[in-house]
Write a protein that binds this ligand. Structure first.
Ligand code: ZN
Length: 352
């Protein structure tokens, strides 16, 4: 079968190989992969920044965002059968307290595994395997957009956690700032528009770019920060930081309203601390402000994402479909790995 592989730690090692089809264990399903999505993590894997092959393998099959058809599956309590459409979650738990509790996204040890990233092959191949307990069944009417469920689960977790934390008091947010209009940023904007919030999305693309138009179709305001400075946008009750830029994140901390909350979803490079950290701490205290980080998502957030996908389809028809800007066959994989700033989400289609 065809498989997109990288050699962990080796730059530009991505290639399409012909390898043997995997054999599922007794608690696993054999999946016929339809599509995988390519994200920044995949590009980083191909840069050799991280990644870990499964034990005994010198390569890692990439692809953690995926949609498959079940090819073979033993009888299971979830009621998933051959022919069902499924999205597997990415992370597999170890035996720490939170993992055992079903929250592998909150793993205490770091000894979890992740399909296509850390210690388990991904889904970028004609066939793949996953534990049955981590499959989310997808309704047929979401077939053409469900490959976006994994990035959506990341948005769901950040937003859910922010609202959960804010149960610490009476909180009625009105204005939301989303920094960054990549796939997760846009999906976050659709999600928060479903809640009826006043959403501003910022990025550096032009005001008539595809990103801008998608945000606007969901009723959000798009701001190109090359034209309008971030700090001129006022104060916000909720800020979702999705650029991964420490500089932008730092600027935005001062834009949080009293009692507000800011969620960090990026991977930040090391940088020097601001000169006046004291003024920042004072502002945090006097404004009862909360800052928190969020990574990965467990199966519950995938399920929330599916429900909200149906609602997004109803309220903003076609928007999820158009968020996938490029669909290519596996043989054209290099297109997905050469940066193109006008792309939003590239999907590699293994089977129609
Ligand atoms: Zn754990």
């Amino acid at each position: 079968m065809r498989a997109l592989t990288v050699t962990p730690g080796v730059k530009d090692s991505i290639q399409l190989e012909n390898i043997d089809q995997p054999s599922p264990g007794s608690s696993q399903a054999l999946l016929r992969v339809r599509e995988i999505g390519v994200c920044g993590t995949d590009l980083d894997l191909n840069q050799g920044f991280y990644g870990e092959a499964p034990p005994g393998s010198n390569y890692l099959i990439t692809g953690h965002e995926s949609l498959s058809t079940v090819e073979d599956i033993p009888k299971n309590p979830q009621g998933i059968t051959k022919g069902d459409l499924v999205v597997p979650t990415v992370r597999r738990p170890d035996n720490c307290m939170t993992c055992v509790h079903g929250e592998s996204d909150m793993c205490l040890t770091g000894n979890y595994k992740e399909h296509g990233i850390k210690g388990l092959h991904g889904f970028g191949s004609d066939y793949a395997i996953s534990d049955i307990a981590f499959l989310v069944k997808v309704p047929p009417d979401l077939t053409d957009v469900a490959v976006l469920l994994e990035p959506m689960s990341v948005a769901e977790k950040g937003v859910y956690q922010a609202f959960k934390i804010q149960e610490r008091m009476l909180w009625k947010p009105k204005k939301v700032l989303i920094l960054g209009a990549g796939p997760v940023g846009l999906l976050t904007s659709y999600l928060l528009r479903l809640k009826g919030l006043d959403v501003v999305v910022t990025a550096t693309r032009a005001s008539d770019s595809l990103k801008a138009r998608l945000a606007q179709r969901a009723g959000a305001t798009y701001v190109n920060t090359m034209e309008q400075p971030l700090l001129s946008l006022g104060k916000f009750d909720l800020i979702m930081e999705e650029t991964g830029s420490a500089q932008i994140a730092l600027q935005a901390t001062g834009m949080l309203n009293t009692n507000g909350i800011m969620c960090f979803l990026g991977i930040y490079a090391p940088t020097e601390a601001p000169e006046d950290i004291g003024a920042f701490y004072k502002d945090v205290v006097l404004g009862n402000k909360t800052f928190f980080g969020s990574v990965n998502a467990n199966i519950n957030y995938f399920r929330m994402g599916l429900k909200n996908f149906s609602e997004i389809q109803r309220q903003f028809p076609g928007i999820l479909h158009d968020t996938i800007s490029v669909r290519i066959p596996p043989e054209h994989f290099q297109e997905a790995y050469s940066p193109n700033k006008d792309n939003i989400k590239t999907v590699i289609r293994f089977q129609n």
